[in-house]
Design a protein around this ligand. Structure first.
Ligand code: ATP
Ligand code: MG
Length: 279
């Protein structure tokens, strides 16, 4: 198809904020003594302010790559640079929104969001209370400061996770299927909210999803992974005007072209994975 695939050889306007270079990650599986190569030879540059979505079959290494960028998993070979410096651990410039919310059940909404500052040791002075309150307002949870996670819906818990991630004002948001566990309607509403929030704050985002539509609606570029071994299959520029509402975009020929292309790409991957798994 005519979709331009970014081969990463076009001249960059500026140095990338995130640079994944020839990244390979192998896990040692203690139970079997085997070594499993999760991803091999991954190269990806993400520029400041870019929203990059990541699609790919289950187990192809999407979370692994994100965890290396977050500083939670070390590369086996290759490296990840953030702002030109190798990542050696978590830092205040990066925050993660986990699929399963990962909230602290014994803490209120306010204290869960406050945890985002505690992790970055940002609690000096008095200003932190205002920052926590602002983050809670930004995700639309004013009035629920004293509620506990179990008193909230899934979508609301996800918002707490988002507020905790943005409270320390990281430059980079790493989002691992952040809408995976909410119902379809909430998902649509939250997707719009995330888009507005990111546009307002100018953050750089790496966003893993299983939804083709979501990858197109949110991404400036879409990274498609393949399995066996996990690697990047292609990178596609969305080239759709913003703002993009689900309804307006669905009749756009470019949206339909991208959707068809991604369906075919992922189906081919799923078929190959089934063949590889059966052999
Ligand atoms: N800590 C670990 N120890 C051993 N193997 C692991 C570990 N974490 C992940 N793996 C393996 O690495 C591979 C990639 O896993 P990863 O979680 O990165 O995939 P994914 O693309 O995020 O999948 P999904 O879409 O299901 O979330 C899988 O085969 C998985 O079993
Ligand atoms: Mg994953």
């Amino acid at each position: 198809m005519t979709t331009p695939t970014a081969e990463r050889d076009e001249p960059a306007a500026s140095a990338p904020l995130i640079s994944v270079r020839d990244l390979t990650v192998s896990y040692h599986v203690a139970r079997t003594g085997a070594t499993l190569t999760a991803v091999e030879g991954v190269n990806l540059d993400v520029h400041e302010g870019e929203f990059v979505t990541v699609l790919g079959p289950s187990g192809c290494g999407k979370t692994t790559v994100m965890n290396v960028v977050a500083g939670l998993v070390a590369p086996t070979s290759g490296e990840v640079l953030v702002d030109g410096r190798p990542v050696t651990g978590p830092g205040p410039d990066r925050a993660v929104v986990f699929q399963d919310y990962a909230l602290l059940p014994w803490r209120t909404v306010f204290d869960n969001v406050k945890f985002g500052l505690e992790m970055q040791k940002h609690l000096k002075g008095d200003g932190w209370r205002d920052r926590v309150q602002e983050a809670i307002e930004l995700v639309g949870l004013s009035g629920f400061e004293n509620s506990y996670p179990k008193e909230l819906s899934g979508g609301m818990q996800q918002r707490v996770g988002l507020a905790r991630a943005i409270v320390a004002e990281p430059r980079i948001l790493l989002m691992d299927e952040p809408l995976g566990a909410v119902d379809a309607l909430t998902r649509e509403v939250m997707r719009d909210e995330i888009e507005k929030l990111i546009a307002a704050t100018g953050k750089t985002v790496l966003f893993i999803t299983h939804s083709i539509e979501e990858a197109i609606l949110l991404g400036d570029r879409i990274v498609v992974f393949k399995s066996h071994p996990g690697a990047i299959k292609e990178v596609i520029e969305t080239k759709l005007a913003r703002p993009r509402s689900e309804r307006s975009v669905q009749s756009d020929p470019r949206f339909l072209e991208l959707r068809d292309h991604l369906w075919d790409a992922l189906q081919a991957e799923a078929t190959e994975a089934a063949v590889a798994g059966g052999s």
